[in-house]
Design a protein around this ligand. Structure first.
Ligand code: ADP
Length: 749
C-alpha cells in the first residue's frame, strides 16, 4: 500500500445516526492503529450537523451513511458533494444496499463500505485510497483547468493580435482564424474553417504573398510560420503582416527608378555613374557611343582603366567615403582625352551626387565640346593667319594694292608706297588709273574692268606707271578678286620689271653668243684633234718603224728615247681619241654600232691585253660568272673600251691583292662588277670620279698617270647603251665599279 501524503493526524468526519455502526467504526479504527497512523474521529448524527462541522474544521475524509434523519439515499451524497467537493467521501451502506454503494461511486464518491462486512484493514485501506484518488483527481482537474485557462489566454492573445493569424493543422486545413486575418483576406470565418488554406505554406523563411480579397482589392502580406500544438494536435501558426503600403511604395520606387533609367538612357548627353571608389557602375548609350566602347568593357571597371583616365587630374578619388558631399565634387571641368585610335575628344564634365538604392554615387554629365573647341581653335588659327597675312602683305617684297572694284585704292603696303613714292594717305585718295601712264591706260582699263572678271582670262598685264616724282616704271600687275566679308575687293600685285625688261632685251644677244661659242668649241675640238692626230700618227708610225729596226740598228740610248717618244705619242693619241669621242657625243654625232657578239671573246681579248699589267704588279685577276657562252647586243668596240677603262683603273690603283670581274644576269640587263682591293676612294672625292678631267689628286695617286677623262667618257658610253654606272668604295680597302648593259629585247623594242 502506498502511503498517502504525510498527514500528521488524519481528521475523519463520520455522519452516522446509528450508534452501533459508529462504535463499530471506532473500534475498527482503534484496532488498526499503528505508530505512523494517528487519527481523530468526529461524528455527526445528521447531515445538517455534519455540514456545520465542516464549517468549523478541516477534514481529510468523510464517512457518510446514506440514510440519515434529515436526508435519504443518494440524495445525502448529492447534498454533501454539493457542499464539499474537495474532501473525498466514502459511502457506508447496509448489507443489502451494495447497488446503492456502486451508484454512489459513479456519482462521485471515492468508495463504499458495507456495514457489518468490513474489517479494520479494509476500512483503513479504503480511507487512504480514497484520499489518494481524490488528490489525483483534484490535481488532474487543476491541470485541466490550467490548460483551459492557458488555451483561452492564447486564443485571446491571438484574437486580439493586430497581425493576421491562422492556425492550420497538419493536413493543411484551417482550424482557427483571428479577426485581423479575416480583415486581411476580406472574408468570413466560414470561408476558412476546415477548408484548405490555399496559399503556399512557408518553411523557415518568410514569404510574401499576394491576396485578392473578396471585393477584388489586392493586399500584400509577409507570412511566417511557427509550429504549435492546437487543441491537442500538431499545427502551424501562420502570422501575416500587412505589407501592402510598403509594397506600393516599393513599386512606386521601382516605377520612379524605371523613369529615371529611361531619362538616363534617353539623355542626349553621355552620362557616367561612378561609385566612391571610382568604379564605373553605369553609363548610358551615348557614353558608350562617345567612347566607342562596348558597355561591358567599361562597366565595373575603374574609370582609369578606360579612355577616361585623364579624369585622374581632377583628384576626385579617393573620396572620403563617409563625407561624400556635393561640396567635395569638382566644379564643371573641361578635359582632353584620347581614344584608342588617337582621336582627341574635348569634354566638359558636370558632377553631381545621386543616391541609388541607398548608395551615394557620382553622376557625371558629359558634354562633347570637341567641335566647339575645334572651331574655336580654327578661329584662333584664322585670326593668326589673318594677322600673319597682314604682315605678309605689309612687308611683302612686292607692291600690293587692295582696291574697290571701281579702282579706288583701299590699302597699299610698304613696297607700294616706296614704288610709287607716295605717302599712304596720298595713295588712299587715288584711283589706280590716276597712277598709270596714259599710254598704258587703255590696257589697264581692260584689265580692271573686264579681264579680271573672266575666269579663263589673263590676270596679268605689263604697263608703265607714274611715280610721284614723274618716273615711268615698267611693272607687271597681277590681280585677283577677293570676297572679304561679303564685299568684293580687287587685289593687285605690282612688280617692278624694269630689270627683267632690260635682261630680256639682252638675253637674245647672250644666247647668240653662247651658241656661237659652243659651235666654236666643237669645231675647235674636231679640227684640233684632227690636226693633232695627223702629226701624231706620223710620230707613232715612224717611231715604231725605227724601233722595229727597219732603218738599221739603234744604239741603246736611241732605242730608249724612241720608246719614250712612242709611248708618249700613243698616250696622246688615246687622249685625243677620247676628246674626239666627247665632242662627237656633245654634237650628237656619236653613233653606236649595235650588233650581236660573244661577250666571252671580248673578255678574253681584254684579259690578254691587261695580263702584262697585273702580272707586273703581282696581282691576281679572276673572272666570275661566265661559264657559258653569253651573247650581248651592243657596240663591241665600245664595250671593250669600257672594260679597258675600268680594269685599267682597278689595276692602276691596286698595289696588293687583285681584281675580280664578275658577271651577273639580271631581269632586264647584264650587270658587271669590277672589284679591286686597291686604295679606294674617300667619300669627299666621290663626285670627282665621273667628272670630266676629274682626278683625285692626293697621296699615291699623284704618281699614277691619267688624265681624268676615262670614267667621264665611260659613263657617257654606258648611258648611250641605255645602261647605268655607279660605284662604292672604302678608302684603303678597295672599290667596286658596277655597270649594266640592257639585254637586246629590252633596249631595242
Ligand atoms: P684617270 O685617267 O685619272 O684614271 P679616270 O676618269 O679613269 O681618270 O678616273 C678618275 C679618278 O677616279 C682617278 O684619277 C682616280 O683618282 C679615281 N679612280 C678611278 N678608278 C679608281 C679605282 N679603281 N680605285 C681608286 N680610284 C679610282
Amino acid at each position: 500500500m502506498n502511503e498517502p501524503k504525510k498527514i500528521s493526524k488524519l481528521e475523519i468526519l463520520i455522519i452516522e445516526d446509528n450508534k452501533a455502526d459508529l462504535d463499530l467504526i471506532n473500534i475498527l479504527l482503534a484496532e488498526s492503529i499503528n505508530s505512523s497512523f494517528n487519527y481523530d474521529l468526529t461524528s455527526a448524527k445528521t447531515l445538517k450537523k455534519g455540514f456545520s462541522l465542516l464549517n468549523k474544521k478541516k477534514f481529510d475524509i468523510i464517512l457518510l451513511d446514506l440514510f440519515l434523519p434529515d436526508s435519504e439515499g443518494l440524495e445525502s451524497l448529492r447534498q454533501t458533494y454539493k457542499r464539499e467537493t474537495n474532501i473525498p467521501i466514502i459511502v457506508l451502506t447496509g448489507l443489502n444496499d451494495v447497488n446503492l454503494g456502486r451508484k454512489a461511486v459513479r456519482l462521485g464518491a471515492q468508495d463504499y463500505l458495507v456495514k457489518g462486512d468490513i474489517n479494520e484493514n479494509q476500512l483503513i485501506q479504503s480511507i487512504f485510497h480514497s484520499i489518494e484518488r481524490k488528490d489525483t483527481i483534484q490535481i488532474k482537474q487543476k491541470l485541466a483547468n490550467n490548460l483551459k485557462a492557458k488555451e483561452s489566454r492564447l486564443r485571446k492573445i491571438i484574437e486580439m493580435n493586430a497581425d493576421a493569424i491562422l492556425i492550420i493543422n497538419e493536413n493543411g486545413k484551417v482550424r482557427f482564424i483571428n479577426p485581423a486575418a479575416k480583415r486581411m483576406f476580406g472574408r468570413e470565418e466560414n470561408d476558412f474553417i476546415n477548408q484548405y488554406f490555399g496559399y503556399p505554406i512557408p518553411g523557415d523563411d518568410k514569404v510574401e504573398i499576394e491576396i485578392i480579397q473578396k471585393n477584388g482589392n489586392i493586399k500584400y502580406a509577409e507570412m511566417k510560420l511557427v509550429k504549435i500544438q492546437w487543441e491537442e494536435e500538431d499545427a502551424h501558426l501562420l502570422s501575416l503582416r500587412d505589407i501592402t503600403e510598403h509594397r506600393k511604395f516599393e513599386m512606386l520606387l521601382q516605377e520612379s527608378e524605371k523613369k529615371y533609367r529611361e531619362l538616363f538612357e534617353k539623355s542626349p548627353y553621355p552620362i557616367l555613374i561612378l561609385n566612391k571608389k571610382g568604379i564605373i557602375v553605369d553609363g548610358n548609350s551615348n557614353l558608350t557611343k562617345l567612347l566607342n566602347e562596348k558597355k561591358r568593357n567599361i562597366i565595373n571597371h575603374p574609370f582609369y582603366e578606360t579612355a577616361l583616365k585623364p579624369m585622374e587630374i581632377l583628384e576626385l578619388f579617393p573620396l572620403n567615403e563617409e563625407n561624400l558631399e556635393k561640396s567635395s565634387l569638382p566644379d564643371p571641368t573641361e578635359l582632353k582625352i584620347f581614344l584608342d585610335d588617337e582621336k582627341l575628344l574635348w569634354l566638359n564634365l558636370n558632377f553631381s551626387l545621386i543616391e541609388l538604392k541607398k548608395e551615394k554615387l557620382i553622376h557625371v554629365l558629359i558634354e562633347d565640346i570637341t567641335n566647339i573647341k575645334r572651331s574655336k581653335e580654327e578661329v584662333r588659327k584664322l585670326e593668326k593667319t589673318l594677322h600673319e597675312m597682314n604682315s605678309l602683305i605689309e612687308y611683302a617684297p612686292l607692291a600690293i594694292f587692295l582696291m574697290h572694284p571701281n579702282g579706288k585704292i583701299l590699302r597699299a603696303n610698304l613696297e607700294a608706297k616706296q614704288l610709287f613714292k607716295y605717302r599712304e594717305s596720298e595713295l588712299l585718295n587715288q584711283y589706280i588709273f590716276d597712277l598709270i601712264d596714259t599710254n598704258s591706260l587703255k590696257k589697264a582699263k581692260e584689265h580692271y574692268e573686264e579681264e579680271i572678271y573672266d575666269e579663263m582670262g589673263n590676270n596679268k598685264i605689263e604697263v608703265k606707271i607714274k611715280s610721284k616724282n614723274g618716273d615711268l616704271i615698267h611693272v607687271e600687275i597681277t590681280s585677283t578678286i577677293l570676297k572679304i566679308a561679303d564685299n568684293y575687293v580687287i587685289q593687285s600685285f605690282i612688280s617692278d620689271i624694269t630689270k627683267r625688261k632690260n635682261y630680256e632685251r639682252n638675253r637674245e644677244a647672250l644666247l647668240d653668243q653662247l651658241i656661237k661659242s659652243l659651235e666654236f668649241k666643237s669645231k675647235f675640238l674636231a679640227t684640233m684633234s684632227h690636226d693633232l692626230r695627223t702629226p701624231l700618227n706620223a710620230i707613232v708610225g715612224f717611231s715604231s718603224l725605227l724601233l722595229d729596226g727597219a732603218y738599221g740598228d739603234l744604239n741603246e740610248a736611241q732605242n730608249d728615247y724612241l720608246e719614250d717618244i712612242y709611248t708618249a705619242a700613243e698616250h696622246l693619241t688615246g687622249l685625243i681619241d677620247s676628246i674626239l669621242d666627247f665632242s662627237k657625243i656633245e654634237a650628237g654625232k656619236f653613233e653606236l654600232n649595235f650588233q650581236e657578239f660573244s661577250l666571252n671573246k671580248i673578255i678574253k681579248q681584254v684579259h690578254s691585253t691587261l695580263k702584262p699589267l697585273y702580272k707586273k704588279k703581282d696581282l691576281y685577276f679572276k673572272i666570275e660568272g661566265i661559264d657559258e657562252e653569253i651573247t650581248l647586243y651592243a657596240d663591241p668596240l665600245r664595250i671593250k673600251q669600257i672594260f679597258y677603262n675600268l680594269l685599267d683603273n682597278a689595276i692602276k690603283f691596286t698595289e696588293e691583292g687583285g681584281i675580280i670581274l664578275k658577271i651577273e644576269e639580271k631581269m632586264n640587263c647584264w650587270e658587271f662588277q669590277i672589284i679591286d682591293t686597291g686604295i679606294g676612294i674617300a667619300q669627299e672625292d666621290y663626285e670627282v670620279v665621273f667628272r670630266e678631267f676629274g682626278r683625285v689628286e692626293k697621296d699615291l695617286r699623284k704618281d699614277v698617270s691619267g688624265s681624268g677623262i676615262g670614267l667621264a667618257l665611260t659613263k657617257r658610253v654606258v648611258y648611250q647603251h641605255g645602261g647605268d654606272i655607279w660605284f662604292n668604295s672604302t678608302e684603303g680597302k678597295g672599290s667596286t665599279f658596277f655597270f649594266t648593259i640592257p639585254k637586246k629585247n629590252e633596249f631595242h623594242k
